[in-house]
Design a protein around this ligand. Structure first.
Ligand code: BGC
Length: 347
């Protein structure tokens, strides 16, 4: 009897403890939620495409540290190149009632609806570097992408003396920047005798496409005078294809981003030009504007851009052409260190 009684009491004790701890857990979660919502800090959600390309880690670090300096908290999510993942990350930010959502869009046309949801929930949305189409974002902050293309076109025009044959391997067709860069590039060639013999696109910015594109072209026993690459990552693969055909250094290759390997190639002579985009200015300005917008202020931008349906405020920064000649002046000490850029070059 006594034994049974003890057992019964022990069971009752366990049941009570379990109930207390479950209720307790529930309360903790709730308290946390309430705490999060009542916190005074400005909360920013930053949804990024991926970190495969060198520049995006810099963008993230610069943005986060500036935003923190201004008293904001930043939740960074990486969509790894998947549009559906990016949409659910933005939905998560909406659920969490972020003050501002900043987006590096994988697909310019794929986020219209979810941006609409965010705006309906009273959240400010900033398109970072890449425009989101038909979405009426509160701000689009970027570099002048058309000028990126213009700089590449002007460089090839100058070096080729206004004539010759080139091929173009652009980035992802779902990235609106690609349309702008390519537009600026073609415009810069207008009136010259430079012929674009073939154009390709690297879906999802997959650089390996550049290798196949150039290898295929060379296999037809044709050698272009120049190759316009959507970015330096693609240029890496393009130069690899040229090297395998003993042509590295003999074709004018251009890119953008001033990636370290591209700057190394430029001083070594296997790539001729890249476009430097001062990320510090972009990321820090975006963080300042995000914090201002969270406080209910709308900073002046001076211009707008048509997103297909709406004119949205545009903040546009200037890109800079980089060649061997101005590498030291533009890049060294500002974006890369001299030892790193000249690593493989004697003297
Ligand atoms: C950016 C480039 C970048 C590319 C791939 C483009 O939208 O403008 O700087 O290299 O995306 O990530």
């Amino acid at each position: 009897m006594k034994k049974n009684m003890k057992r019964i009491l022990a069971c009752i004790f366990i049941i009570i403890m379990t109930v207390v701890s479950v209720v307790g857990c529930g309360q903790t979660v709730k308290e946390n939620d309430v705490e999060e919502e009542e916190s005074d800090a400005i909360r920013i959600g930053f949804s990024m495409d991926s970190f495969l390309i060198e520049r995006w880690q810099r963008d993230r670090d610069l943005f986060v540290s500036k935003a923190q300096e201004l008293g904001a908290e930043v939740n960074v999510q990486n969509a790894n190149g998947e549009v559906s993942k990016q949409i659910s990350q933005i939905e998560y930010f909406i659920e969490k009632k972020m003050d501002v959502i900043v987006i590096v869009a994988i697909d310019g046309e794929g986020l219209t609806e979810v941006v609409g949801k965010a705006k309906k929930a009273g959240i400010k949305v900033i398109a970072y570097d890449r425009l989101i189409l038909n979405a009426d974002v509160d701000l689009y902050i970027t570099f002048d992408n058309e000028k990126v293309g213009t700089l590449m076109g002007e460089y090839l025009r100058e070096t080729l003396g206004d004539e010759g044959t080139i091929i173009c391997i652009n980035g992802s067709p779902t990235d609106n920047n690609v349309t702008l860069v390519s537009g600026g590039f073609k415009k810069a060639l207008e009136g010259s005798d430079i012929k674009i013999d073939r154009t390709g696109y690297a879906d999802n910015w997959l650089a390996e496409v550049g290798f196949d594109f150039v290898s295929g072209y060379l296999a037809e026993d044709k050698v272009p005078d120049g190759i316009m690459c959507g970015n330096d990552d693609i240029a890496t693969q393009v130069v690899k294809a040229l090297s395998e055909n003993r042509l590295a250094g003999q074709v004018y290759v251009t890119g953008q981003d001033a990636d370290l390997v591209a700057c190394q190639r430029i001083v070594e002579g296997t790539q001729y030009m890249t476009v430097y985009k001062p990320l510090e200015l972009l990321a820090q300005r975006a963080a300042e504007m995000a914090v201002a917008m969270a406080k209910g202020e709308m900073p002046e931008t001076g211009s707008t851009i048509h997103d297909g349906t709406y004119d949205v405020p545009l903040e546009k920064l200037d890109p800079v052409a980089v060649t061997k000649e101005n590498m030291d002046e533009v890049i060294i000490g500002k974006y890369h260190q001299k030892n790193d850029v000249y690593l493989n070059v004697q003297g």
